[in-house]
Design a protein around this ligand. Sequence first.
Ligand code: NAD
Ligand code: LMR
Length: 340
Amino acid sequence: MVFLSRNVFAQVQRRAFSSTAANAYKVAVLGAAGGIGQPLSLLLKLNNKVTDLSLYDLRGAPGVAADVSHVPTNSTVTGYLPDNSGLEKALTGAEVILIPAGVPRKPGMTRDDLFNTNASIVRDLAKAAAEYAPKAFILVIANPVNSTVPIVAEVYKSKGVYDPKRLFGVTTLDVLRASRFISEVKGTDPNDEPVTVVGGHSGVTIVPLLSQSNHPDIEGETRDALVHRIQFGGDEVVKAKDGAGSATLSMAQAAARFANSLLSSFSGTTVTEPTFVDSPLFKDEGIEFFSSQVTLGPSGAEVIHPLGKLNEYEEKLIEAAKVDLKKNIAKGVKFVAENP
Ligand code: NAD
Ligand code: LMR
């Protein structure tokens, strides 16, 4: 008789759920019981490429898992807490790991104000991921993304497992907002309004390239107001929630969309969308990470596209973005150097 270890058995089982082994993935959500984590877990449960959904949180994850597991799709859902090697079990065998773990903003705060709390949360989760799932694709949601992505990179480098193609800062919410807000200005369907958003994920580092959208004609005060709304869309939600956190539902949709793009790309669908990655675009200026259009594929970030043609207004936005980005990235790198 052949005995399979628990992990091997789970892998065989989940592959069996899918018609093709290439379309069956274990996806882990770290921070799964939070405002983003819960709806994100639900959306991932509805994704038929996810056959094993692994939910980890300091508290509440088994309850979320039990609840989501009743949604009638053929995937297994397991909730883990820190006890009984929960994090190790949640991560082992994971192909994709999403990290929404961390505190959200309150009115009056910047994303950078979250650094002191979230830097160590992300560092510690990255250490565990580097140990238990070193080949997994990491999708960082926790803010400040401009700093938490470099933190993961530094941890992975220190463990000798860094593959820049496998690390992504999720900036999809900026892209969704840009489509939605431009559709409100023009009275169109947001699904027909692709907008490339580049740079980073906070305030002036968020740069929508309206000249490359369907509406390069948007000019003057309308353009300024639209760009400002895209850059500071997060603040709208923080203010409206009035102390109860930041965007969770729209963010869950954004993260589920990016995860689906990545999973689809593994089986040959070409998907190109903006994401914050280890990028050659401004390395010569000391900016190691930048968001631009990235073609996804089985090895992750396969092609990092240049920004394309910009107008003078956008050139200025990029210059302003680079100033903040450089500081945000350096802060993350320094944090890991000083607090390994
Ligand atoms: P939340 O407080 O509702 O949920 C966070 C969850 O993380 C909680 O359940 C908490 O228990 C868990 N957690 C904390 N430390 C943990 C650890 N060490 N291990 C596992 N779980 C841990 O917050 P939220 O609204 O879900 O937001 C989460 C993060 O996402 C925030 O930092 C927020 O700023 C960020 N965010 C990013 C974007 C983006 O576009 N990238 C958008 C919205 C929010
Ligand atoms: C967002 O863009 O909604 C998130 O980054 C959360 C925030 O703090 O605004």
